[in-house]
Design a protein around this ligand. Structure first.
Ligand SMILES: [Zn+2]
Length: 88
């Protein structure tokens, strides 16, 4: 706080402060939740989109597909979710 406005979703800020972004698959199959999770590859996104890229559900999730059950991310809602992990 105190510094100029801080956009937490900016990729450069997330990398600088060592945030991680957890991806979680909540797809339902035969009454069970997939539950597969993985960390978003922020370095890959930096190389592809640069430091000004905003990490938001609708900018990231449509690029994702669950490697366990094959569920595809969609821009709003859908089975794939993001969760910001505060650095230790
Ligand atoms: Zn899945």
């Amino acid at each position: 706080m105190g510094k100029k406005s801080y956009r937490i979703n900016r990729l450069g800020n997330l990398l600088e402060d060592a945030y991680q972004v957890l991806i979680f698959c909540a797809a339902e199959r035969e009454g069970r939740t997939c539950g597969h999770s993985a960390y978003l590859d922020l370095e890959y996104l930096r190389r592809r989109f640069g430091l000004e890229f905003e990490i938001m559900h609708h900018t990231v999730v449509p690029m994702l597909r669950c490697s366990k059950c094959g569920a595809k991310g969609v821009p709003y809602r859908g089975p794939i979710r993001l969760q910001l992990r505060v650095p230790e």
